[in-house]
Each structure stands twice: as structure tokens, then as C-alpha cells.
Design a protein around this ligand. Structure first.
Ligand SMILES: Nc1ncnc2c1ncn2[C@@H]1O[C@H](COP(=O)(O)OP(=O)(O)OP(=O)(O)O)[C@@H](O)[C@H]1O
Ligand SMILES: [Mg+2]
Length: 259
């Protein structure tokens, strides 16, 4: 299952979700690949550390045909979990894809992923914020999309609704388009009535809100600084438990759909 984790708004727990959901899926024995598509390289930083993230080849080398899949995929310290790193140089490719305006420019990632998808149960695409050509490539390549709303507040809701409009356009242009796996409420303090009201507003619009919600946790920042996913860094923390629950919820959702 190729899943794009995307939303219009920056700083909405996309990378946090990709890294920690990916690690939870891998810990449950599912072969998982995390693909960093953001020039910031935050997923690469989190999983490979400051030195590891500077060593290429990078995702743009593979997309441009200069590196083979075997060279760009990097093992992590955790079983069943691999990562394809990104660095700032991906932004030149983004600009080329944006200038190209050909339909094939939107399908570059989808085409390249054909050679990788059978090796993994899950491929999680960490999208950049906004809806640039790299995010569009991810949505075209994805079979599923997960939209984090984190924390649940009006601008995050707006970002989720924007993303949904883009998914609809992509579905019309290149059917069948990705299936909406759900909206993930993250970095949340559910005791706050205002947050609950915002989530209810999304539900009232008919959006599927995943049952698993990720609480706000100081462990997220310490895990990133330690270059370890939550399930390894603070396995008994409520946030790590929530990511394990999310992995189980999505696995059931996808496996039931496939049956
Ligand atoms: N559950 C959580 N508890 C506390 N802080 C969190 C939680 N989830 C995410 N954050 C914090 O929110 C910030 C944004 O998270 P993250 O980098 O994952 O977002 P993003 O959507 O990938 O951002 P960008 O658009 O820059 O790629 C980070 O500082 C992260 O540590
Ligand atoms: Mg990010």
C-alpha cells in the first residue's frame, strides 16, 4: 500500500506521522519504506541522523535515473524499516516538474515506484507542505492518502479541505486516484473543548476521522533529537501507544478493503 501523508498546511505532523507510523508498522513485522520527498529532509534527519542524512544518493537522483533503487534505499537501525533520503537538491527537480506542464511530469514518481512497490507492504510518502509538483506526484502515485490535522484548529482544518479538493482534481484527471484512508487528529489535547469542536466540524462535513488520535507529547521532540522513532525511544509513552494503535487500525482498514 502506497500512502501519501499530506496536507496543505506546513507544520502539521506529516513527518512525525510518517516516521512513527512507519516504525510502528515495521515493528509489527510489516516491511515498510519511508520516502522523504521534502527538501528539508526531516524524515531523513530523524531516522538517519545528522551524518547519515548527508550521504547520497538521494531521492531526486533515483527519480532522475542517476541512481538505482538498491543504492538509494537505506536500511535503518530497525528491522523491516528502510528509508529513501532527501536533501535540498530535490527542489531543482520540483522546479523542473512545475515548469514541464506535461501529464508525464505528474507521473514520474508513480512510474519509478513500480520497481519498488512489490518489496514492501507499506510505502509512506512524506510530502512537503503545500501542493507543489512533488506533493502532486505523491498523490498521483499513492493508493491511499492520510491527512494529519495537528493540532486540530481552524487553519489545519482549512489545509485538510484544500488537500481534499486537490485529491478530487487528481482523481478526475488520473482515475482512480488515491483512496482517503482518513483524517488523523494528532498533536492533540482532547480535554480541550475547542479542539473537540474542530474535530466535530470535520466529521459533520463527512470526513472519516480515524479512531486513533495522537496526543501532544514532549517525547516527539526528544525522539527526533535522538534519531529514534517513538516506538523505540519511549515505547511505553501514550504517543508511542497511539502510533501502534494507528498502525493496527490502518492495517485492518486496508486488509479488509483488499479482502
Ligand atoms: N504529538 C505531538 N506532540 C508534540 N509535538 C508534536 C506532535 N506531533 C508533531 N509535533 C511537533 O509539531 C511540529 C511539526 O511537526 P512535523 O515536522 O511532523 O510537521 P510537518 O507537517 O512535517 O511540517 P512541514 O510542513 O515543515 O514538513 C514539530 O515541531 C513536531 O515536533
Ligand atoms: Mg515535514
Amino acid at each position: 500500500m502506497i500512502v501519501a501523508v499530506a496536507t496543505q498546511k506546513g507544520g502539521s505532523a506529516k513527518t512525525t506521522t510518517v516516521v512513527n507510523l512507519g516504525a510502528a508498522l515495521a515493528a509489527s513485522g510489516r516491511r515498510t519504506l519511508i520516502m522523504d520527498l521534502d527538501g528539508q529532509g526531516h524524515a531523513s534527519y530523524w531516522l538517519l541522523g545528522t551524518e547519515g542524512r548527508h550521504r547520497g544518493p538521494f531521492v531526486h537522483d533515483w527519480l532522475e535515473g542517476r541512481a538505482a533503487a538498491d543504492d538509494v534505499v537505506r536500511a535503518t537501525h530497525w528491522s523491516h524499516l528502510d528509508v529513501v533520503p532527501a536533501n535540498l537538491a530535490i527542489n531543482a527537480l520540483r522546479d523542473q516538474l512545475e515548469a514541464a506542464r506535461r501529464a508525464s511530469a505528474r507521473r514520474l514518481l508513480a512510474e519509478r515506484l513500480r520497481g519498488l512497490r512489490d518489496r514492501y507492504s507499506w510505502i509512506l510518502l512524506d510530502c512537503p507542505a503545500g501542493l507543489n509538483a512533488l506533493a502532486v506526484n505523491a498523490l498521483v502515485a499513492a493508493e491511499g492518502v492520510l491527512i494529519p490535522v495537528a493540532p486540530p484548529e481552524p487553519l489545519a482544518l482549512d489545509g485538510a479541505l484544500h488537500l481534499l479538493q486537490t485529491v478530487e482534481r487528481i482523481t478526475q484527471a488520473t482515475p482512480p486516484g488515491p483512496r482517503l484512508l482518513g483524517v488523523l487528529v494528532a498533536n492533540t489535547q482532547p480535554r480541550r473543548a475547542a479542539e473537540r469542536r474542530h474535530v466535530d466540524r470535520l466529521r459533520a462535513r463527512g470526513l472519516p476521522i480515524l479512531a486513533s488520535q495522537i496526543p501532544t507529547s514532549a517525547r516527539v521532540a526528544t525522539a527526533a533529537a535522538a534519531h529514534r522513532p517513538l516506538v523505540a525511544h519511549a515505547p511505553s509513552s501514550p504517543a508511542a501507544a497511539a502510533y501502534r494503535e494507528l498502525a493496527a487500525e490502518l492495517s485492518i482498514l486496508v486488509e479488509r478493503h483488499a479482502a
